[in-house]
Design a binder for this molecule. Structure first.
Ligand SMILES: O=C(O)CCC(=O)C(=O)O
Length: 259
Protein backbone atom coordinates (compact mmCIF):
# COMPACT_ATOMS: atom_id res chain seq x y z
CA UNK A 1 0.00 0.00 0.00
CA UNK A 2 1.46 3.36 -0.97
CA UNK A 3 0.92 6.25 1.40
CA UNK A 4 0.69 9.93 0.45
CA UNK A 5 3.96 11.81 0.84
CA UNK A 6 4.21 14.09 3.85
CA UNK A 7 4.56 17.75 2.89
CA UNK A 8 4.12 21.12 4.60
CA UNK A 9 0.70 22.69 4.10
CA UNK A 10 0.64 26.26 2.77
CA UNK A 11 0.02 27.45 6.32
CA UNK A 12 2.98 25.47 7.69
CA UNK A 13 5.24 26.78 4.93
CA UNK A 14 4.18 30.37 5.61
CA UNK A 15 4.78 29.75 9.32
CA UNK A 16 8.26 28.34 8.56
CA UNK A 17 9.19 31.53 6.70
CA UNK A 18 7.68 33.76 9.41
CA UNK A 19 8.92 31.95 12.52
CA UNK A 20 11.97 30.14 11.16
CA UNK A 21 10.78 26.64 12.05
CA UNK A 22 8.00 24.10 11.54
CA UNK A 23 7.20 20.88 13.41
CA UNK A 24 5.93 17.88 11.45
CA UNK A 25 4.45 15.19 13.63
CA UNK A 26 4.98 11.49 12.82
CA UNK A 27 7.59 12.24 10.16
CA UNK A 28 9.52 8.99 10.64
CA UNK A 29 7.62 5.75 11.41
CA UNK A 30 8.30 4.18 14.84
CA UNK A 31 9.85 1.01 13.36
CA UNK A 32 12.37 3.10 11.37
CA UNK A 33 13.22 5.19 14.44
CA UNK A 34 13.73 1.96 16.36
CA UNK A 35 15.98 0.44 13.64
CA UNK A 36 18.09 3.61 13.49
CA UNK A 37 18.41 3.64 17.28
CA UNK A 38 19.53 0.01 17.30
CA UNK A 39 22.07 0.67 14.55
CA UNK A 40 23.40 3.63 16.50
CA UNK A 41 23.76 1.52 19.63
CA UNK A 42 25.82 -1.02 17.69
CA UNK A 43 28.31 1.74 16.93
CA UNK A 44 28.35 3.19 20.42
CA UNK A 45 28.02 0.06 22.58
CA UNK A 46 29.53 -2.72 20.49
CA UNK A 47 28.80 -4.89 17.47
CA UNK A 48 29.94 -2.50 14.74
CA UNK A 49 33.27 -0.77 14.33
CA UNK A 50 33.20 2.92 15.13
CA UNK A 51 36.81 3.37 13.90
CA UNK A 52 35.82 5.29 10.77
CA UNK A 53 33.29 7.55 12.49
CA UNK A 54 33.94 11.15 13.46
CA UNK A 55 33.09 11.16 17.13
CA UNK A 56 33.05 13.95 19.71
CA UNK A 57 33.08 12.96 23.37
CA UNK A 58 31.40 15.08 26.08
CA UNK A 59 34.00 17.66 27.19
CA UNK A 60 33.75 16.77 30.91
CA UNK A 61 34.20 13.07 30.09
CA UNK A 62 37.09 13.90 27.77
CA UNK A 63 38.83 15.87 30.54
CA UNK A 64 38.28 13.06 33.06
CA UNK A 65 35.99 15.22 35.22
CA UNK A 66 33.07 12.83 34.79
CA UNK A 67 33.18 9.01 34.70
CA UNK A 68 30.80 6.94 32.56
CA UNK A 69 30.11 3.20 32.78
CA UNK A 70 30.77 2.57 29.06
CA UNK A 71 32.57 4.54 26.34
CA UNK A 72 29.28 4.96 24.45
CA UNK A 73 27.67 6.64 27.45
CA UNK A 74 29.97 9.65 27.07
CA UNK A 75 29.50 10.42 23.36
CA UNK A 76 28.08 13.81 22.40
CA UNK A 77 28.19 13.82 18.60
CA UNK A 78 28.77 11.53 15.62
CA UNK A 79 29.16 13.05 12.16
CA UNK A 80 28.86 11.58 8.70
CA UNK A 81 26.69 8.49 9.12
CA UNK A 82 24.60 9.41 6.05
CA UNK A 83 27.73 8.95 3.93
CA UNK A 84 28.98 5.91 5.88
CA UNK A 85 26.01 3.72 6.82
CA UNK A 86 23.28 2.41 4.53
CA UNK A 87 20.40 2.84 7.02
CA UNK A 88 21.35 6.44 7.72
CA UNK A 89 21.99 6.99 4.01
CA UNK A 90 18.37 6.09 3.27
CA UNK A 91 17.30 8.51 5.97
CA UNK A 92 19.28 11.37 4.40
CA UNK A 93 17.52 10.70 1.08
CA UNK A 94 14.11 10.03 2.64
CA UNK A 95 11.34 11.22 0.31
CA UNK A 96 9.37 12.95 3.06
CA UNK A 97 12.35 14.80 4.52
CA UNK A 98 13.84 15.77 1.16
CA UNK A 99 10.39 16.66 -0.23
CA UNK A 100 9.81 19.12 2.62
CA UNK A 101 13.33 20.53 2.31
CA UNK A 102 12.66 21.03 -1.43
CA UNK A 103 9.47 22.96 -0.58
CA UNK A 104 11.66 25.30 1.50
CA UNK A 105 14.91 25.46 -0.50
CA UNK A 106 13.94 24.43 -4.02
CA UNK A 107 14.64 21.20 -5.93
CA UNK A 108 18.45 21.36 -6.29
CA UNK A 109 19.96 20.15 -3.04
CA UNK A 110 23.21 19.17 -1.35
CA UNK A 111 23.70 17.98 2.19
CA UNK A 112 25.87 20.29 4.28
CA UNK A 113 26.23 18.00 7.31
CA UNK A 114 24.58 15.27 9.29
CA UNK A 115 25.17 14.86 13.00
CA UNK A 116 23.83 12.57 15.66
CA UNK A 117 23.46 14.68 18.76
CA UNK A 118 23.40 12.58 21.90
CA UNK A 119 22.51 13.57 25.42
CA UNK A 120 23.17 10.58 27.64
CA UNK A 121 21.23 10.61 30.94
CA UNK A 122 22.92 12.79 33.60
CA UNK A 123 25.86 13.33 31.22
CA UNK A 124 24.64 15.29 28.16
CA UNK A 125 25.61 18.93 28.48
CA UNK A 126 23.76 21.99 27.23
CA UNK A 127 24.22 23.48 23.78
CA UNK A 128 24.14 27.23 24.31
CA UNK A 129 21.94 29.61 22.33
CA UNK A 130 23.38 29.90 18.83
CA UNK A 131 22.61 30.19 15.15
CA UNK A 132 24.08 27.56 12.86
CA UNK A 133 25.09 29.75 9.93
CA UNK A 134 27.79 31.70 11.82
CA UNK A 135 29.53 28.31 12.28
CA UNK A 136 29.19 27.36 8.63
CA UNK A 137 31.18 28.56 5.57
CA UNK A 138 28.15 28.73 3.28
CA UNK A 139 26.49 31.75 1.66
CA UNK A 140 23.75 32.78 1.60
CA UNK A 141 22.96 31.94 5.22
CA UNK A 142 19.73 30.14 4.36
CA UNK A 143 20.24 26.42 4.96
CA UNK A 144 17.56 24.22 6.50
CA UNK A 145 17.98 21.41 9.03
CA UNK A 146 15.62 18.59 9.81
CA UNK A 147 16.17 17.65 13.47
CA UNK A 148 14.33 14.74 14.98
CA UNK A 149 14.61 12.84 18.23
CA UNK A 150 14.86 9.05 18.54
CA UNK A 151 13.48 9.36 22.08
CA UNK A 152 10.74 11.61 23.34
CA UNK A 153 12.43 15.01 23.74
CA UNK A 154 11.24 16.85 26.84
CA UNK A 155 12.32 19.97 28.76
CA UNK A 156 13.98 17.60 31.26
CA UNK A 157 16.15 15.65 28.82
CA UNK A 158 17.07 18.52 26.48
CA UNK A 159 14.40 19.22 23.87
CA UNK A 160 14.93 22.12 21.50
CA UNK A 161 14.24 25.69 22.52
CA UNK A 162 14.00 28.36 19.81
CA UNK A 163 13.63 32.13 19.53
CA UNK A 164 10.71 32.39 17.08
CA UNK A 165 11.38 34.69 14.09
CA UNK A 166 14.98 35.20 15.27
CA UNK A 167 16.21 34.21 11.80
CA UNK A 168 14.79 37.50 10.45
CA UNK A 169 17.43 39.41 12.46
CA UNK A 170 20.27 38.06 10.31
CA UNK A 171 23.53 36.76 11.79
CA UNK A 172 23.93 37.86 15.43
CA UNK A 173 27.25 38.48 17.23
CA UNK A 174 28.61 35.26 18.75
CA UNK A 175 31.29 34.85 21.41
CA UNK A 176 33.51 32.05 22.63
CA UNK A 177 32.73 30.71 26.11
CA UNK A 178 34.17 27.54 27.72
CA UNK A 179 33.32 24.54 25.46
CA UNK A 180 30.96 26.58 23.24
CA UNK A 181 30.39 29.43 20.77
CA UNK A 182 27.16 31.26 21.56
CA UNK A 183 25.11 34.37 20.80
CA UNK A 184 26.23 37.29 22.95
CA UNK A 185 23.93 37.47 25.99
CA UNK A 186 22.87 41.07 25.41
CA UNK A 187 21.32 40.07 22.07
CA UNK A 188 18.32 38.13 23.42
CA UNK A 189 16.34 37.13 26.46
CA UNK A 190 15.80 33.53 27.57
CA UNK A 191 12.25 34.59 28.49
CA UNK A 192 11.48 34.78 24.74
CA UNK A 193 12.53 31.16 24.17
CA UNK A 194 9.83 28.70 23.09
CA UNK A 195 10.45 25.10 24.14
CA UNK A 196 9.60 22.52 21.48
CA UNK A 197 8.96 19.17 23.19
CA UNK A 198 8.61 16.44 20.58
CA UNK A 199 7.64 12.79 20.30
CA UNK A 200 10.23 10.38 18.87
CA UNK A 201 10.12 10.52 15.07
CA UNK A 202 8.49 13.94 14.80
CA UNK A 203 10.60 16.42 12.83
CA UNK A 204 11.65 20.00 13.46
CA UNK A 205 12.61 21.87 10.28
CA UNK A 206 14.54 25.04 11.07
CA UNK A 207 16.38 27.87 9.34
CA UNK A 208 20.16 28.10 9.80
CA UNK A 209 19.78 31.59 11.33
CA UNK A 210 17.15 30.53 13.88
CA UNK A 211 18.63 30.91 17.39
CA UNK A 212 18.26 27.62 19.26
CA UNK A 213 19.32 26.02 22.54
CA UNK A 214 19.15 22.66 24.28
CA UNK A 215 19.37 22.18 28.06
CA UNK A 216 21.65 19.69 29.82
CA UNK A 217 20.13 16.27 30.33
CA UNK A 218 19.72 16.01 34.08
CA UNK A 219 17.05 13.33 33.71
CA UNK A 220 17.42 9.56 33.74
CA UNK A 221 16.25 9.28 30.08
CA UNK A 222 18.36 9.32 26.94
CA UNK A 223 17.83 12.10 24.41
CA UNK A 224 19.20 10.97 21.06
CA UNK A 225 18.58 13.12 17.97
CA UNK A 226 19.87 13.63 14.46
CA UNK A 227 20.29 16.86 12.53
CA UNK A 228 20.26 16.58 8.74
CA UNK A 229 21.28 19.93 7.23
CA UNK A 230 20.65 20.70 3.59
CA UNK A 231 21.52 23.61 1.32
CA UNK A 232 20.46 24.76 -2.12
CA UNK A 233 22.94 23.80 -4.84
CA UNK A 234 22.98 27.54 -5.67
CA UNK A 235 24.90 28.11 -2.39
CA UNK A 236 28.52 29.21 -2.43
CA UNK A 237 31.43 27.95 -0.34
CA UNK A 238 32.84 30.93 1.58
CA UNK A 239 35.43 29.17 3.72
CA UNK A 240 39.23 28.98 3.65
CA UNK A 241 41.06 26.73 1.20
CA UNK A 242 39.61 24.33 -1.30
CA UNK A 243 35.88 23.77 -1.18
CA UNK A 244 34.94 20.26 -0.04
CA UNK A 245 32.73 18.05 -2.13
CA UNK A 246 29.29 17.94 -0.52
CA UNK A 247 26.96 14.97 -0.62
CA UNK A 248 24.60 15.30 -3.56
CA UNK A 249 20.94 14.86 -2.68
CA UNK A 250 19.04 15.69 -5.86
CA UNK A 251 18.77 17.98 -8.87
CA UNK A 252 21.32 20.10 -10.69
CA UNK A 253 24.66 21.62 -9.70
CA UNK A 254 25.81 25.03 -10.90
CA UNK A 255 29.18 26.49 -11.96
CA UNK A 256 30.85 28.50 -9.18
CA UNK A 257 28.49 27.04 -6.56
CA UNK A 258 28.92 24.24 -4.01
CA UNK A 259 29.98 20.99 -5.66
O1 LIG B 1 20.59 18.45 19.59
C1 LIG B 1 21.14 19.31 20.27
O2 LIG B 1 21.29 19.18 21.47
C2 LIG B 1 21.63 20.58 19.65
C3 LIG B 1 21.41 20.61 18.19
C4 LIG B 1 21.90 21.83 17.53
O3 LIG B 1 22.18 22.80 18.15
C5 LIG B 1 22.04 21.86 16.08
O4 LIG B 1 21.69 20.90 15.39
O5 LIG B 1 22.51 22.90 15.57
Amino acid sequence: MSTAPIRLSEGQLASYHREGFAVVENLIPPEQVCALGERLREYTHGGRSADKLKIQVEPRVQRGELQVAAWGDGIRKIDGLVEGDELFNRLGLDDNIVGIIAQILGPDLKMFRNSLLLKPPKVGSQKGMHQDSPYWPIQPMALCSCWFPFDEATPENGCMGVLPSGHLRGPLPHQRVPDDFVIAEDQYSFAEMRLVPMKAGSGLFFHSLLPHYTAPNNSGQWRRAIALSYMSSHSRFAGEGEAPEYYHIQGRTFPGCVR
